[in-house]
Design a protein around this ligand. Sequence first.
Ligand code: FAD
Ligand code: NDP
Length: 516
Amino acid sequence: MHVEADSAAARHGAGASGDVPEGSREKGKGTYDLVVIGGGSGGLAAASEAAELGRKVALCDYVKPSPRGTTWGLGGTCSNVGCVPKILMHRAAMLGVDIGEAAPYGWSLPSDKIHDWETLVEEVQVFIKSTNIAARKKLVTNKVVYHNAFAEFESAHRIKVRTAKNEVSTLTAENFIIAVGGRPRYLDIPGAREYAITSDDLFSLKYNPGKTVIIGSSFIALECAGVLSGLGMDVTVLARSKLLERLDQHMAEMVAKYMESHGVKFIRRCVPTSIEKIGDGTPLLLKVHAAKRDSGDPFVIDCNTVLLATGRVPNTRNMGLENIGVTMNKSTGKIIVDEDERTSVQNIFAIGDVIDGKPELTPVAIKTGRLLSRRLYGGASTRMDYTLIPTTLFTPLEYGSVGLSEELAIAQYSNENIEVYHSHFNPQYQALTMKDESVPYMKIVCLKSEQNRIIGFHIFGPHAGEITQGFSLCLKLGAKLKDLQTLVGIHPTCAEIATYLSITKSSGKSVLRTFC
Ligand code: FAD
Ligand code: NDP
């Protein structure tokens, strides 16, 4: 069925509220000033910003079910199958740790603490539904016309949108922003599509996943390993090469060592070759076949769940991008944009996870979307600054970082020009339970030739995300070691260690923590 755009908008219940007086937008190439494709972090931000600036805006969002049939509502990856459910489950796991450590603080709790996976998933999903509704309401408030439909370009100014019921309509616009994100990559090995799940399925899984093998060794693999292990699951991570390849390797090994000491098993330098079902039930009984990379020796692991955390592929297929001349990186499938986020087609822009060579992070997608709409419709000129973006890995002890890893700093500036100041430290509030003196840890990477300007900040410890957010300003403002040393610490906190850093890594002196 093919219907005209305006009637389709009305049928979706947003047509009337989406109308903006004609005079408030430039007359030109279409019904809308802007159509945003993708209702995730970046798309929602860009659409709302443009609408708030008085433009006539439509947004299309469509979620293809995962191979396991999982689907979700408006809001994109972060709200539905990414940051939000992840952090709630991380909290669940950390509560378990806290309960285990409560006795010396005077709490008498049952020693056989039992976690109920189904309750957690139900509560998480109820919360996610509320975020879907909130996102929808915001579009209505901002008079953005919403199409729950898959968009495909027919020309540079026209897209065809198709709903789940196969209703087709066309939308025309002067400008388009592509914010379609990505989806988990499936391994091309027997059994992967039939039996494995991905992060798209995990946070809504109706049953306890049981003994789990996680394939991959980057952000999603380690965060999910931390969550599942914290909730009591037997977890094995199969790593093909380095852990957290893009992050500081000294810190990555510290994360792995800590996780190992808390029950997560790592099998290094191995590749999975097939996944076989060996028993029915909920969960299933599976056998993962794999081989060691160096020796080629095969091995198997029996488990209930296989979680693929093997990267993500951009949602650029079947969108007609090739037909209208949008240039993509052939190897990544991502869209190439210039510093204004403009694609090779003059009126088409792209933001968020789908663009080539930029970090796949929610705040990056949001900021890029807002800045782009302000430049397009608000007379602004500020471009997205992709440098010095802080991140945190939400493993049981968090790892936060901003700026260069030690390896990259050395590669970029030479070993002689780099000094690393570091220390383990003592979260005083955990002093009754934390016995391992080799964690937590902070290090800063300094550039000697610029009076020890801080070019890398790394912390592995409690609340690393909160701490890194604040310290990222130091790097943005070009702070030097001596600037940190002028600060007075807040005692007793974890972050205060930054004000005391004075031992260099090259000195080889012990930095194991002491209790004050
Ligand atoms: P998305 O949020 O993916 O939105 C794209 C939307 O477009 C989707 O709804 C998609 O279905 C839709 N779409 C696709 N094709 C079409 C089409 N043709 N027509 C219509 N709609 C279409 N980032 C952080 O900063 N912190 C974290 O802690 C964090 N944790 C994460 C944990 C996990 C498990 C995962 C998977 C990701 C995590 N991320 C995290 C990354 C973050 O989720 C993404 O960077 C962010 O969601 C990207 O936003 P986006 O707008 O580019 O795309
Ligand atoms: P990444 O691209 O970071 O890592 C992919 C992992 O899969 C690597 O360990 C890679 O190993 C492995 N892999 C790829 N192909 C194979 C294969 N054929 N066999 C075995 N292993 C394989 O992806 P993630 O999915 O972990 O994360 C995607 C993005 O999401 C991240 O870049 C991050 O920006 C974002 N994210 C952010 C979070 C946060 O901010 N806290 C949390 C979660 C995600 P190898 O190194 O050998 O290639």
